[in-house]
Design a binder for this molecule. Structure first.
Ligand SMILES: *Cc1c(COP(=O)(O)O)cnc(C)c1O
Length: 490
């Protein structure tokens, strides 16, 4: 589209003296050849980006059953409220007395999340689930150190989310993986073997990445507490338990939530998120600072947390996402939130039962908000789970999570969420059944999918390892040999 001399702006000629770049920027830092930028009109630019956005799949454009990610509808009332000037046009360094309304939102959200999780306090600072995990582990570490105990092992079942062992490492602790049993629960014998005086904590993803609720939760809590360890609850998928049960009641000491999943913050594409943590009394003095507190009718920041691990995020967390979560919680109320989970679980079980005749179901028991299928049967016919995921694109769906959790061969992890209608669920089920039939009758149609998308299969390894992050003119026009990347053709 580029035409030499064309521009998307029209500025008057500068009437102030221009700076001689060479006098202010060291020579080595000056660009040697002119930047290669596309030269296009404003309308070309607009159409280019609008067309790109149309190629993207989002929850507003179609069904998005990406397991563990809770891609549910993001209600537009959240967006309306987030755009109120009183929220959108304030600055985090404004004096407390000028932002009392914003502080009240944060304080009320803390209180709501305490009630939802059964915890004594909540910090809204962590910007994502993984950062919430890390924050909680830093508190656990500080707790043991404060008591003069040397505990550095964190037990992580093999059904945990992948971020769990990663957060353990980043927190300077050591992950000990334990297997699950044939029903998908934590193997209690294995757990008893590994707990001991070096156990800092157990991290449990519940429901697990198999979409299953841990059946022996009270016994697990007793075993870990009995050994002096703490219990961490990965509550990223609270979508399954809202108003039904609470980590605090199950004996857990600390929990993180993903407001961008369960509580409808728009997400995907890397953010923004919010991963608040909640903790019980014994961990209060280690919380990040500041906390938001209420004195009489006045809201303020409290920096006086004696053993605080410090600040974990600039300012006070992702305010916009916290605000949206508050709107969502208030729009639903306690009974509404309970219905959210009941319907999320109902939808997942409905879909699981409908698909069970066509795909292998490795754990045949009631699931929570999501379930896993195995493509073992189709693999024998020469069709991999990756191929089926690509084929789903032809039907206009975002594929489910695939090849995770690792303990299920040719895994597909499907999360329909409560916001989809029965018709949408049925249409997706039909597409999955058709794909299972094609695997038997015409495998090449799946192996060569997608057929109806703008581009066919991407070279995913090269895209990840050698990303092309800047515009480059087609090779014959550009200054050859100066660039790092070869131009790519879509
Ligand atoms: C999504 C998820 C996480 C990580 O959350 P991020 O916000 O992506 O960092 C952790 N645990 C579970 C179970 C999850 O589903």
């Amino acid at each position: 589209m580029s035409r030499t001399g064309r521009a998307a702006y029209d500025l008057p000629k500068s009437d102030v003296p221009t700076v001689d770049m060479e006098s202010v920027i060291p020579k080595g830092n000056l660009r040697q050849t002119p930047a290669e930028l596309p030269e296009v009109s404003e309308l070309d630019l607009m159409r280019h980006y609008t067309e790109l956005s149309n190629r993207n799949h989002g929850i507003d454009s179609g069904f998005y059953p990406l397991g563990s990610c809770t891609m549910k509808y993001n209600p537009k009332i959240n967006e309306d409220v987030a755009r109120y000037p009183g929220f959108a046009k304030i600055h985090p360094y404004q004096a407390e007395e000028t932002v009392q309304g914003a502080l009240q939102v944060l304080y009320d959200l803390q209180t709501e999340l305490e009630e939802i999780t059964g915890m004594d306090a909540v910090s809204l600072q962590p910007a994502a689930g993984a950062q919430g995990e890390w924050t909680a582990l830093m508190m656990i570490r500080a707790y043991h150190e404060n008591r003069g105990e040397k505990r550095n092992k964190v037990i992580v079942p093999d059904t945990a989310h992948g971020t769990n062992p990663a957060s353990v490492s980043v927190a300077g602790l050591e992950a000990v993986t334990i297997p699950s049993d044939e029903k998908g629960n934590v193997d209690l014998e294995e757990l008893r073997k590994v707990v001991g005086p070096d156990t800092a904590a157990l991290m449990l993803t519940n429901p697990s990445t198999l979409g299953l609720f841990e059946e022996n939760i009270s016994e697990i809590a007793d075993i870990v507490h009995g050994a002096g360890g703490l219990l961490y609850y990965d509550g990223a998928n609270t979508n399954a338990i809202l108003g039904i049960t609470r980590p605090g009641d199950m004996g857990f000491d600390v929990v993180h939530l993903n407001l961008h999943k369960t509580f409808t913050g728009p997400h995907g594409g890397g953010g923004p998120g919010s991963g608040p943590i909640g903790c019980k009394k014994e961990l209060l003095s280690f919380l990040p600072r500041p906390q938001i507190v209420k004195d009489g009718e006045v809201y303020r920041f409290d920096y006086g947390i004696p053993n605080s691990i410090g600040r974990v995020k600039a300012y006070y967390g992702n305010f916009g996402i916290n605000l949206r979560a508050h709107v969502y919680i208030r729009s639903n109320g306690p009974t509404g939130l309970q219905r959210v989970s009941e319907e999320a679980v109902l939808n997942a079980n409905y879909m699981m039962r409908k698909l069970a005749p066509y795909y292998d179901l490795p754990y045949d028991r009631i699931c929570k908000h999501e379930f896993v299928l195995s493509g073992k049967r189709q693999k024998k016919l020469g069709v991999r789970t990756l191929d089926m995921a690509k084929r789903l694109l032809d039907f206009g769906y975002h594929p489910p999570t695939i090849y995770f959790p690792l303990i299920v061969e040719e895994c597909m992890m499907i999360e329909p969420t409560e916001t989809e209608s029965k018709e949408t669920l049925d249409e997706f089920i039909d597409a999955m059944i058709q794909i299972a039939r094609e695997a038997e009758e015409d495998p090449t149609v799946i192996q060569e999918a997608p057929h109806h998308t703008v581009i066919s299969r991407l070279d995913e390894v090269n895209a990840a390892r050698k990303p092309v992050l800047r515009y480059k003119k087609p090779v014959e026009e550009s200054v050859k040999g100066s660039g790092i990347h070869e131009p790519v053709q879509a």
